[in-house]
Design a protein around this ligand. Sequence first.
Ligand SMILES: NC(=O)c1ccc[n+]([C@@H]2O[C@H](COP(=O)([O-])OP(=O)(O)OC[C@H]3O[C@@H](n4cnc5c(N)ncnc54)[C@H](O)[C@@H]3O)[C@@H](O)[C@H]2O)c1
Length: 253
Amino acid sequence: MDVKGQVALITGGASGLGAGAARVLTKAGARCALLDRNLALAEELASELGGMAIECNVVDGEAVEAAVDKVVATLGAPRILLNAAGIDVAIRTANDKAPHPLAEFERVIAVNLTGTFNVARIVAHRLTSAEPLNDDGERGVIINIASVVAQDGPIGQAAYAASKAGVQGLALPMARDLAPYGIRVVTIAPGMFETPLASGIPQDWIDKIIPTVPFPKRWGNPLEFGALVQQIAENTMLNGEMIRIDGAVRLGN
Ligand SMILES: NC(=O)c1ccc[n+]([C@@H]2O[C@H](COP(=O)([O-])OP(=O)(O)OC[C@H]3O[C@@H](n4cnc5c(N)ncnc54)[C@H](O)[C@@H]3O)[C@@H](O)[C@H]2O)c1
């Protein structure tokens, strides 16, 4: 689809990768709705970009329904959904003192996996009745964010890796479910990108990992991530797949 003039709904759009994508899509002519639990940050970016900000927890079904209705009423149907809201924890499965707290496992699954599906199902439903955009009958694209952690499985990442492997698993069945409506589903698996979420990673781990990135030997920039989001939106043949954007890194233990 031509991104110009389209509405993009970006969860977690106030920060990091979501914010990077919002900048790129706005520059390409899209209008962005930033849905985030951090309203102050979302408003700051929305006023800079000329988009709209909505406070919402992606796990809350009713709140997401209301937020999507607000976007449709204010900007129009979002033809691009980027599910970028996410959280991380680093806890081993068990040690000699305690097992992994179950509540922490459930919290990560809730935001990263259930939250992603929650927003996707509601936006997809709204799009089923939208006008097709082109001769292919395309109505929209849903872009979910997994992580290379889903495949590489580093230490302390059981909850996060499981949540992101779940997001990877959504791509093909959702693409097949939504194909009759011309809605594509693509997953991105980023490697190491410099964002506030990544700033929670211990420095000694970062000092070990960045030199193992084959090329380029540095953090990814959220604008490079945003460029991939734009390409996925524009390229109708991308569907039902997960794309790694990682400088060829493979995270060991
Ligand atoms: N930064 C990386 O290196 C990296 C690598 C792989 C995957 N990812 C994934 O990319 C996504 C974005 O990460 P980021 O690095 O930009 O993080 P970030 O912390 O900079 O941004 C995440 C945003 O999501 C929002 N958010 C969190 N929980 C929410 C909820 N329940 N409801 C609504 N908003 C919520 C936060 O307020 C924040 O604005 C996450 O899913 C993350 O797991 C990041």
